[in-house]
Design a protein around this ligand. Structure first.
Ligand code: PDD
Length: 287
């Protein structure tokens, strides 16, 4: 069944939606994206994703082409048109399509931005079998640019990281810079030791995960201890538990790092509990 997608103010069947070959998203990776999850047909943390979208646009000097109310309306219409119960909405805003390829930014007055949204239906997302088994990860060097706090569409290195993981027969990769873990290829990374949740503090080195922010808040509300600091792969391999967070994975346990099993080699109690809390609390607040 063909999806209905949104392109620059129009709702179209996916095979009729078109973007110019001069679009700077295509030529220069000059674009920002967001992924918002949908549970029970409702959006999880739409406000958080909108705030980060505005921040990312601002950091690359791109105007914001759509109001929060209009963007919410587009998200809701796409959920309805495509009958999405569980899944994600992908949103991408680029600096538009000037007349020719040029490194210099076009004038936003004469080159309107491109805005594209589409749905990804994933029935069973919340009740994922992977959450019961846990993920295996390898470590790789973090070779991305220095502004990972901006959610740009330049995802080549994270894609290469996922391929390195696939070739190694595991699920994902954790990236390491100057000896400590930054984050996963498309998620934030955590370890648990003696009941303490340890995760890297926010900086330009990592994406400021919307799920991270909610999970740390829920953890503190549940009297769990959170410490924001760097950790090494060796420390992670000796941890009691590990997990990742993202809009598409929620809280997902990690059970192996560079072929070393953690604890019993099964999802830890704290990660499992945090996943339950996250899903319960987020669904209550979903809009
Ligand atoms: N990725 N770190 C990176 C590098 C990411 O790409 C993501 C999200 C996160 C988690 O952020 P959030 O909790 O706001 O989803 C952390 C999305 C899901 C993606 O690229 O598909």
């Amino acid at each position: 069944m063909s999806r209905t997608v949104y392109v620059n103010g129009q709702y179209l069947p996916e095979n009729e939606a078109k973007v110019s070959i001069f679009d700077r998203g295509f030529l220069m990776a000059d674009g920002i994206y967001e992924v918002t999850s949908v549970l029970g047909g409702k959006l999880i943390d739409f406000d958080g994703h909108f705030v980060r979208l505005e921040r990312s646009l601002n950091e690359i000097d791109m105007p914001s082409p759509i109001s929060k109310e209009d963007l919410l309306a587009v998200h809701r219409k796409l959920i309805k048109c495509n009958d999405v119960d569980e899944g994600m909405i992908y949103l991408q805003i680029t600096r538009g399509a000037p007349d020719d390829r040029d490194f210099v930014f076009p004038d936003p007055e004469t080159t309107p931005q491109t805005i594209v949204l589409f749905t990804q239906s994933k029935p069973g997302l919340a009740d994922s079998p992977a959450a019961k088994k846990g993920l295996k990860v390898i470590s790789i060097e973090d070779m991305r640019w220095g502004r990972r706090d901006i959610k740009t569409v330049q995802l080549l290195y994270p894609s290469m990281g996922k391929m390195m993981a696939k070739k190694a027969g595991v699920d994902d990769a954790w990236m390491v810079q100057d000896g400590t873990v930054t984050e996963g290829t498309s998620n934030n990374a955590y370890i648990v030791k003696n009941g303490q949740i340890i995760t890297r503090a926010l900086s330009n080195d990592i994406l400021h995960g919307i799920t991270r922010s909610a999970v740390l808040r829920f953890a503190e509300e549940a009297q769990m201890e959170v410490v924001e600091r760097n950790f090494t792969i060796e420390e992670a391999q000796q941890a009691d538990e590990a997990f990742i967070t993202s809009a598409s994975m929620f809280v997902m346990p990690v059970v192996e790092i560079d072929q070393q099993s953690l604890g019993q080699g099964t999802p830890g109690p704290l990660a499992t509990r945090l996943r339950e809390i996250y899903l319960e609390e987020s669904m209550l607040k979903a809009i």
